[in-house]
Design a protein around this ligand. Sequence first.
Ligand code: SF4
Length: 321
Amino acid sequence: MTEARFAEKTTPYLLELAERSDAVRKMYVYDPAHEDIPADIERDLLSEKANTAVPGGVRKFDGRLLVLLSYTCGANCRYCERQDRVGVGLDRLGRLGTAQIDTIVDYVKQDGELHDIIASGGDPLINPKGLEYLFTSLAEVEHVKVMRIHTRFPVQSPGQVNLDLMRKLATLRPTMYLSLHISHPDELTPEVEDLIAQFRAMGYLLICQSVFLKGVNDDVEVLYRLYTRLFQLGVRPYYLYHCQRIPTTARFEMDLRDEVAIMSRLRERLDGLAFPQHVIDMPAARGKVLVPTNHWDFDLGHVTDFDGLTLSTETWKARED
Ligand code: SF4
């Protein structure tokens, strides 16, 4: 049942890389022993449907609009927190077309507070026509100052990235960020490093988002190598997420205290510019809350979201005390 719901999907490039990398294999290969979950799994894990301001556009924070351009990806990551959407379920094979994008652009035009537009999904590079149409349209909107592409496609199929499109988008008026999702140094192959060099030459500001994954990158040396190399390549590590607790990700979820111990060691060794923000994007709450390092003596048993809701970190439910 689960396989059909969130099918194994890889690329020839990833299959070849997985033969050399245990970490890559774990991130993509379907394992029925760990994914036998009920069909009625809770939907909308990141409260994106609840915060949909316009079809395909999610507004959770002031000034920003997340545009879910495509509900499919180049490959399906087994730890995906959007697997209630990606390629399955409520938005099966959906991708935004011209008419829906026009509605989103009109929405942005009417709200002068929206200055930061984030193209996401799924993966926005799976909908290149939609991405081009969205960003060229929004580039005409004066109050849009920043546009971001958040993608994992370059590390899933580097040979298939549409470089002509990337080059064109990089020249648009708003400041262009490219956020690459990379969680292990094995993903930084010569092909990917060459792509990163090309993105830099195009003029993108490059950032990276990662996820803490048990059995994949729960190791100081692994993360030290990842972030040092990204820093050297001109990619600023941005967020390192605590893996969301959903049934299929249980095997990847780490104890928060182990994550803090690793981050504390990394803080002592990495260049400041190479050190990401360790955050929890809390289910059923609002905000990516920063996790402290062991250099401070904090209570890790509860956390308060951006609306003042206090949650237990054991259950991620509202705390009653
Ligand atoms: S690329 Fe992102 S959205 Fe797509 S399956 Fe992987 S984690 Fe999920």
